[in-house]
Ligand binder design. Sequence first.
Ligand SMILES: Nc1nc2c(c(=O)[nH]1)N[C@H]1C(S)=C(S)[C@@H](COP(=O)(O)OP(=O)(O)OC[C@H]3O[C@@H](n4cnc5c(=O)[nH]c(N)nc54)[C@H](O)[C@@H]3O)O[C@H]1N2
Ligand SMILES: Nc1nc2c(c(=O)[nH]1)N[C@H]1C(S)=C(S)[C@@H](COP(=O)(O)OP(=O)(O)OC[C@H]3O[C@@H](n4cnc5c(=O)[nH]c(N)nc54)[C@H](O)[C@@H]3O)O[C@H]1N2
Ligand SMILES: [Mo]
Length: 739
Amino acid sequence: MKRLTSGGGWQAILYTLKKSRAMGGLWGFWKAMRSKNACKTCALGMGGQKGGMVNEAGSFPEFCKKSLQAMAADMQGAIKHEFWRTYSVPQLQAFSPRDLESCGRLVNPVVLERGKEYYHVISWEDALTRIVAKLKQVPPNETFWYFSGRSSNEAGFLLQLFARLYGTNNVNNCSYYCHNASSVGLTSTLGTGTATVTLDDVEHADLVFLIGGNPPSNHPRMMATLAKVRNRGGAVIVINPVVETGLVNFRVPSSPWSLLFGTEIANEYVQPHIGGDLALLWGIAKRIDEMGAQDEQFLREHCSGYDAWIERVRSTPWSEIHAKSGVSQSQIDAVADRYAAAKSVVFGWTMGITHHAHGVSNVQAIANLALMRGMVGRKGAGLLPIRGHSNVQGIGSMGVTPKLKDAIFGAIEREFAVQLPTSPGLDTLACIDAAHAGQLKMGVCLGGNLYGSNPDAHYAGEALSRLDLLVYLNTTLNTGHAHGLARETIILPVLARDEEPEPTTQESMFNYVRLSDGGPRRHQGPRSEVQIIAEIARRVMPAEGPIDWASMEHTGHIRQAIAKVVPGFEQLAQIDQTKQEFHLPGRTIHEPRFPTADGKARLHVHELPELAGGENQLRLMTVRSEGQFNTVVYEDEDIYRGQERRDVILLHPSDLTRLGLADNQPVTVRSATGVMHNILARAFPSIRAGNALMYYPEANVLVPRQADPQSKTPAFKSVVITVEATVPVTSAAAISAKS
Ligand SMILES: Nc1nc2c(c(=O)[nH]1)N[C@H]1C(S)=C(S)[C@@H](COP(=O)(O)OP(=O)(O)OC[C@H]3O[C@@H](n4cnc5c(=O)[nH]c(N)nc54)[C@H](O)[C@@H]3O)O[C@H]1N2
Ligand SMILES: Nc1nc2c(c(=O)[nH]1)N[C@H]1C(S)=C(S)[C@@H](COP(=O)(O)OP(=O)(O)OC[C@H]3O[C@@H](n4cnc5c(=O)[nH]c(N)nc54)[C@H](O)[C@@H]3O)O[C@H]1N2
Ligand SMILES: [Mo]
């Protein structure tokens, strides 16, 4: 398949037109896309009261293929009763992620009982009765509650509140597999765990670092912002072991000039080895120090730990930095020169930074580098974890973590006159371990695909199979429903954000709270998330309790509660009347005063890790293709990397030669955790030699459960593998000729 030479552009527009036909014509599609609901895909923050395809700075039209795909998925027809009688679980297990997603919308509660081959449709009453009976029977600490980042603030808040009052802190969200390293790293440095900048800051920066992310694919609207930076004369430095097409050149669909001629994005493109960022970041800091380009006054006045840190930077030899990053001195110098010359710099990063056993250190090292030149605590400069799910940050703000923030904990106890449990709750990976050890009996998943997002897929499947009951609240089918099965598995169909009967709110990665209007339901059957949660809570909790759960099926009531107990969200109390969306107070940092105990930012010292893998091994990253959203696959092809299928491993041509492999040869990929046969090895010159790329979630059979000790985020991007021919080269040629 031909690889595109630039990202975005006409193909995005043509795709829009094609997709809109499938969505009932241009008008139906336009109405859906322009409705006043926060965009369903990434956390960049589009839509809300400004209407769809409008960003936080008011810019319109902001196109994105991903939001179309998500919208089209929700506009699918219903999964009919016959479906459940036709397809057995073994058949569903043979479905690809894409097959499962395109089965249609879930509209009936279904149950699968161990020993049976088929899910069967049950009534809402039957489903709720089963769930409530189990909740009344099991000890609360033998349940866990997993949340994805698609649900609203209201659903997130309500479910965590119920889980805690029910009696457990085993409450966690997909962020543990995503940006938790950013939250932990930033909090340890600045005392706050979210972005310090607004969208406007990024647009006015004169240098943007983009580290370990592929926004052309995963945050397409970010590209318009980067193009603006370039057009204003600013620069972009990309740090990524893969040269990603759209980071070299991008055609911004909403800009005629860019659409025709393309916009160059990266001024410098640095390709460290996988896991080499920490050493590289230290190297850039070392060079800045050699140049005397740090802001000594800022470091002394506004940071703690400077002396210890700079002493270590100075004593770390260049040879160690080169060996552990894989980056040459001349490239480090070039980056440092640009950084030293820039006046306002934003550092953005994604999963290439967090998905490592040293993810928190990576984030702290980015913060160190930014603080070194006083780039945190003023306009046009700062730190930006580029978040994933559209409301993953809101779910975190609502207290969906094992340990509630002290302020929220105290406020809930006071406001509702209740006592919350104080037992230490389990994070996501710890829940899987506890389930595997037979210590958990029941799980509830508000959205997402817990099975599919886990490392060590085989182990995750085993863990979930040891539960008595697993309850999924989803819009569509995914691999979890086929492979993540307990003794009894219930799937409850829910309404999508833009079908909610009442308004909901979401929070973007720029700490902006949006109001979504909801809209007409597309199918009979699915229920609103908050309605389901309130109903279960009402039946489980004592009637005379302090909370009127029945009233909590109204999102307005939940907002009143949030406004009272979650600091920063006070404005939610009036938002139904004012419709006023807002930036959370205290999150954006435009002054060098940090919410730490001493008001200073803290610099951290690190051990630089060795690059993973030995001589005959490779480092594997597991990433998203252009055609997917997490475990949901919309299209098999990855147009940006020129792949028409997903069962491939992309290797540098020199690695193919070194391993005696031909392009397109079926290979066996092995890690300490698992093995995959008949994967096609593909020559991919854009990846740094010594490293390999495969697609998630399929490759999760290979990913070990090793996690960063501080953030508990698995090292999804750093798997040590070996690759060998599955069949000899001669017959491989025949296979590839056929395929
Ligand atoms: N279309 C689409 N949009 C999405 C998603 C989706 O699946 N599809 N998912 C959403 C979610 S939840 C998230 S978290 C984000 C994910 O957004 P990204 O983080 O952009 O997603 P990944 O595909 O995991 O890509 C990570 C990038 O990191 C690079 N990388 C891998 N290892 C390293 C390393 O060691 N160092 C460095 N510097 N780079 C490395 C890879 O080459 C790749 O370009 O996107 C969100 N938006
Ligand atoms: N190997 C590897 N593993 C990874 C990653 C990786 O890069 N590599 N990335 C990790 C990351 S960053 C993340 S965030 C996780 C993703 O983990 P999750 O968030 O758990 O998974 P998703 O695939 O996003 O969930 C998709 C499902 O969400 C449901 N859904 C969609 N909209 C709604 C809604 O409005 N309400 C409800 N209730 N359900 C809805 C649909 O049924 C769909 O099947 O995976 C992690 N796992
Ligand atoms: Mo994510």
